[in-house]
Write a protein that binds this ligand. Structure first.
Ligand SMILES: Cc1ncc(C[n+]2csc(CCOP(=O)(O)OP(=O)(O)O)c2C)c(N)n1
Length: 552
């Protein structure tokens, strides 16, 4: 067999350490699909391209490698868009390969021709086309380098079918390396440390950059050594194993009262890998009014983008933490500690069982039944908030969620990638009925690969989060949010070959959890939740982090 463009693609993927790719074929990907049959790289056939992108994203988040997805031109490529944007917003390294129509047909309205480069430019770090077979290898290598470098993210490479199928000439033209220049941070860390050492009420803000920068252990050690309390953004949850005295919870719209209150009172915020989106800060003008802010991030464009910062340092979070550990000794701040402890007691009394009611209890019971390193993947909606609040992060990368895009339908396909990336760990997804229906076709993928995923659907018959907002902010005029009880999810799951059962959330779920735990393959539990079970506290639109509503 002659070496063709597709072989070069696979050679580079192997060189890059790729073991699994997630895709869906079309006529234009066929040269690649054909050669994949003889490759050690496993191609997982998803049931929708959006799911392929989410699966590659999940795989990347759990393994720390770059995820790869493959789709055909036209509708295949456009179906990737939501998944690519999700990875972009959460800074997941991803290489999306799309097959394009033959070069001679470009611009002629050819069958399944779409300008996927134009479409994805704003949601990728870079999108580009291979226009010459001799550039396949160097272009693909560049795509990987770009996806991983600096702040990670998705890169799309569009390869016309004729280039995938062309015999290889053996000549390779290289694309010049673009080595980023080191940043001149000078004495910035020393100044940050000095200000931090002077502060009376400091708080560390843990963002998603800690996990992305593989700095969980260093951050944990830094917190322990300095004794400075920390809050997390939703993307930062799980970076530092929960359950220690320094953890104040997560901030923002659906965050914990304690976290929101303490950051509001702090006089110095050390932000590690956080971009300060409005989901965390609420109204910027009212955010942490007493605090100076030091922002440490690898992405220069994130510095000061959303909030005014007093100190900045651009670079690898690990380098920053190593240096800061030397510069920040532990210090007595007993007044601050006392205030935190008083507020902790107050907010515990108010929030009770995390403000998550029966749903939170169910999630805690599920976690208790699973090994310590089990991974949870919530979807989006109330179920996400209930889960992130109730799940105790006891091991790294044990909570995988879409924080930036908030993409409904993420959890089921992402879980496929997570399970393939970490087959030895238990993986459980938690969705609402709405989000579950958005990528329900992936039950077929799960079934066909017999992936032993635990699938939990919290069915309140509604788009619950929308219902809560309508209840609180639109005079309880419930429009377009009732899904009803029209789908028999248990029968549907069984139709996909997945054992399933339905339980009332108010009953005792122990037996169902035990059956789910014992299942050798996938298992689905549908828990029926009351439509009025909401999540509290919540920050109303236009209010500050300390103007939370703690119940209706
Ligand atoms: C793809 C997509 N469409 C719409 C939304 C807006 N949205 C956010 S939460 C939500 C309701 C989710 O309902 P459900 O999946 O049933 O979960 P619940 O809130 O009931 O737990 C909606 C529609 C979204 N985040 N993603």
């Amino acid at each position: 067999m002659k070496t063709i463009g597709a072989d070069i693609v696979l050679q580079v993927l192997e060189e890059e350490g790729v073991e699994a790719i997630f895709g869906y074929p079309g006529a234009n990907t066929l040269p690649l699909n054909d050669r994949l049959a003889d490759s050690p790289i496993r191609h997982y056939l998803m049931r929708h391209e959006q799911a392929a992108a989410h699966a590659a994203d999940g795989y990347a988040r759990v393994t720390g490698k770059t995820g790869v997805c493959l789709a055909t031109s036209g509708p295949g490529a456009t179906n990737l868009v939501t998944g690519i944007a999700t990875a972009y917003m959460d800074s997941t390294p991803l290489v999306a390969i799309t097959a394009q129509v033959n070069s001679e047909l470009w611009g002629r309205d050819a069958f399944q021709e779409t300008d996927i480069i134009g479409i994805t430019m704003p949601i990728t770090k870079h999108s580009f086309m291979v226009r010459d077979p001799e550039q396949i290898a160097s272009s693909l290598r560049s795509a990987f380098r770009l996806a991983r470098s600096g702040r990670p993210g998705p890169v799309l490479l569009d390869i016309p079918r004729d280039i995938l199928g062309t015999p290889d000439s053996g000549n390779e033209r290289s694309i010049p390396e673009n080595t980023p220049l080191p940043y001149e941070n000078g004495e910035a860390l020393v100044r940050i440390a000095e200000a931090l050492n002077r502060s009376e009420r400091p708080i560390i803000l843990i963002g998603g950059g800690i996990k992305l920068g593989d700095a969980c252990d260093l951050a944990t050690a830094f917190v322990k050594k300095t004794g400075i309390p920390f809050v997390s953004t939703m993307m930062g949850i799980g970076s530092i194993i929960s359950g220690n005295g320094y953890d104040l919870g997560f901030i923002g719209t659906h965050g914990n009262q304690l976290a929101n209150s303490m950051i509001h009172q702090s006089d110095f915020i050390l932000a590690l890998g956080s971009r300060f989106t409005e989901r965390s800060t609420s109204v910027i003008a009212k955010f942490a009014p007493l605090a100076s802010v030091a922002q440490i991030d690898i992405d220069p464009t994130s510095i000061g983008k959303n909030i005014k910062v007093d100190f900045q340092w651009i670079g690898d979070i690990k380098d920053a933490l190593v240096a800061l550990s030397e510069l920040v000794p532990p210090r007595d701040r007993s007044q601050w500690e006392t205030r935190i402890n008083e507020e902790r007691a107050l907010s515990a009394a108010k929030e009770g069982d995390d403000g998550c009611g029966e749903a939170g209890l169910l999630i805690r019971k599920i976690q208790a039944a699973l090994p310590r390193d089990a991974i949870v993947i919530p979807d989006v909606g109330l179920n996400q908030i209930w889960t992130v609040r109730s799940w105790q992060c006891r091991s790294p990368r044990s909570l995988i969620t879409t924080g930036g895009m908030g993409t409904m339908g993420f959890s089921l396909p992402a879980a496929i990638g997570v399970k393939i990336g970490a087959p030895e760990r238990e993986v459980v997804t938690v969705s609402g009925d709405g989000g579950f229906l958005m990528n329900i076709q992936e039950l077929a993928t799960i079934s066909s690969y017999c992936l032993p995923l635990k699938i939990v659907v919290l069915n309140n018959g509604h788009l619950g989060m929308i219902r809560q907002m309508q209840d609180l902010f639109f005079e309880a005029r419930f429009t377009n949010c009732a899904l009803g009880d029209t789908v028999d999810l248990v029968a549907v799951a069984r139709g996909f070959g997945i054992p399933a059962e339905r339980i009332p959330v108010h009953g005792n779920p122990d037996a169902a959890i035990a059956r789910m735990k014992e299942a050798k393959g996938p298992y689905l539990v549908e828990a029926v939740i009351d439509q009025d079970t909401y999540v509290y506290p919540i920050i109303p639109p236009g209010k500050s982090n300390v103007e939370m509503i703690s119940g209706k």
